[in-house]
Design a protein around this ligand. Structure first.
Ligand code: NAD
Length: 482
């Protein structure tokens, strides 16, 4: 499948004439070409977006809401095709794309179709001073949305939906590793009646195409999800230009398991929070800390369940763990495993640790779900984001030690706590350094809630009105009346 840029509601080949290969992670084979766009394509998208802005920003809320709802409907109608495309492009199990990725992409549009009808601004009546202040929330203009490969359409739409709902025009770049569903989205939006130029999708590499979006002087804000190093690079470019920035970055999330937890629920959820999407979810709990009393039992039970996970071709209904996204990402994960094997005084591989050859798909990027026992929290594997099917295990004594271990990292995206003790859950909710703390659950999302990280996991919040706040500029009007 060859994909094109989507600019002004039309498909365009890259102006540079340059293309890149797109790989199927399940087979390791090339199955299409992607535009390798540069600043000239971004400029063309910018011109289309600028032209569309006056009309789109003045479009009545009801009309915008209807178009967003229609996009949500069309994503639902095309669920099967989109799920197959996502699974093939990313390597994730088809059932996961069918049950999570694509339904959530539809929900993102439906949610913001509704949210924009409820979004309001404030007024302050200064009684006795004959003064009325009222606040406007104006769309910013042309904004940039840049997303990663792990949840391709899910995260792409999580940015685009609030941006256009708030009246902006968008230049969006999906990851060059997983571009296909973003390409398919362009035509869905056109079919739903989104006017030309409101959404423009350019494909290409981060350093060339992504950087051109970040550097463009006319683009007012950048909403970015991806790695922490990339986030730092984007901030270094955009901050001196005084662009609004929302950065959703990496994580190394702790999973704290206390001996008083609901054991069976914890055990099964922990298998999911470790290996869902091949461990390539920014919210996966990759550092598992278990209270001493139940450590040996947990280790035995957890390893048994992990060994039962079927690794296989993403389209097979029995597959629980598919292929990791790319050859380079596979190699990065294998480097961490090799480091653990080379340092047995710090690491013990409890299960996994090897690549897998799936019959007929020997060149696919498959890695066994891997569990590694670590001797301390300062080790490389507990400090660096691996972002694959690898988790570490370690014990703790009490609440204080659990909090210190959980917070002992540069990251602060999410944390999960397993306990039946109400007071403990409130204490940990207060003290854990994370943007999201889950207690006795994981990946449980209400789209109205704030989403984002602290420390090196990012700045800014997405979700609900937070996203609409980001994609609007506040203006206060002060009137003194007689
Ligand atoms: P990445 O940082 O390599 O790339 C993300 C996007 O940024 C891609 O579209 C890429 O082309 C683009 N990009 C790269 N360099 C750029 C530059 N200089 N200027 C502009 N754009 C540039 O990340 P990835 O490997 O695609 O994704 C994995 C990372 O994303 C992990 O660190 C993961 O934790 C993180 N992530 C975070 C969240 C969150 O919500 N916090 C969600 C999902 C993934």
């Amino acid at each position: 499948m060859d994909i094109k840029n989507f600019i002004n509601n039309e498909e365009h080949i890259p102006l540079s004439g340059m293309w890149m290969d797109n790989y199927d992670p399940a087979t390791g084979k090339i199955y299409g070409e992607i535009p390798s766009s540069n600043h000239t394509d971004v400029e063309s998208a910018y011109q289309a977006a600028t032209k569309a802005f006056p009309s789109w920003s003045n479009t009545p809320i009801d009309t915008k809401s209807k178009i967003l709802s229609k996009i949500a409907d069309l994503i639902e109608e095309n669920l099967e095709d989109l799920a197959r495309a996502e699974s093939k492009d990313n390597g994730k199990p088809l059932w996961l794309a069918q049950s999570v990725d694509i339904p959530r992409a539809s929900s993102n549009f439906r949610f913001f179709a509704h949210a924009i009808t409820q979004y309001a601004s404030q007024s302050h009546d200064s009684t006795g001073r004959n003064t009325l202040n009222y606040t406007l929330r104006k769309p910013l203009g042309v904004v940039g949305c840049i997303s990663p490969w792990n949840l391709p359409l899910y995260l792409f739409t999580w940015k685009i939906a609030p941006a256009i709902a708030a009246g902006n025009c968008v230049i969006a770049k999906p990851s060059e590793v997983t571009p296909v569903t973003a390409y398919l989205l362009g035509n869905i939006c056109k079919k739903a009646g989104l006017p030309a130029g409101v959404l423009n999708i350019v494909h290409g590499t981060g350093p060339e195409c992504g950087q051109a979006i970040v550097e463009h002087p006319g683009i007012k804000a950048i909403s970015f999800t991806g790695g922490t190093n990339t986030g730092a690079r984007i901030a270094a470019t955009a901050a001196p230009m005084f662009k609004k920035l929302s950065l959703e970055l990496g994580g190394k999330n702790p999973n704290l398991i206390f001996s008083d937890c609901d054991y069976e629920k914890m055990l099964h959820t922990t298998v999911r929070s470790s290996f869902a999407n091949q461990g390539q979810i920014c919210l996966c709990g990759s550092r598992i800390f278990v209270q001493e009393e139940i450590y040996d039992k947990f280790k035995k039970d957890f390893i048994k369940l992990v060994q039962e996970l079927t690794v296989g071709h993403p389209m097979s209904s029995t597959t629980k763990v598919g292929a990791v996204v790319s050859a380079s990402h596979r190699d990065k994960i294998l480097d961490y495993i090799a480091f653990a094997k080379a340092n047995p005084e710090e690491y013990t591989i409890l299960t996994g640790g090897n690549t897998l050859q799936i019959p007929n798909y020997e060149d696919g990027y498959y890695i066994e779900p891997t569990v590694i026992e670590v001797s301390n929290n300062t080790c490389k594997l507990n400090q660096e984001e691996i972002f694959g099917p690898v988790v570490t295990l370690m014990t703790f004594k009490d609440e204080e030690e659990a909090i210190a271990l959980a917070n002992g990292t540069r990251y602060g995206l999410s944390a999960t706590v397993w306990t039946e003790n109400l007071n403990r859950s409130i204490k940990l909710g207060n003290e854990l350094e994370a943007g999201i703390v889950w207690v006795n659950t994981w990946l449980n999302r209400d789209l109205r809630t704030a989403f984002g990280g602290v420390k090196d996991s990012g700045i800014g919040r997405e979700g609900g009105f937070h996203a609409l706040d980001f994609f609007t500029e506040t203006k206060n009007i002060c009137i003194e009346y007689k």
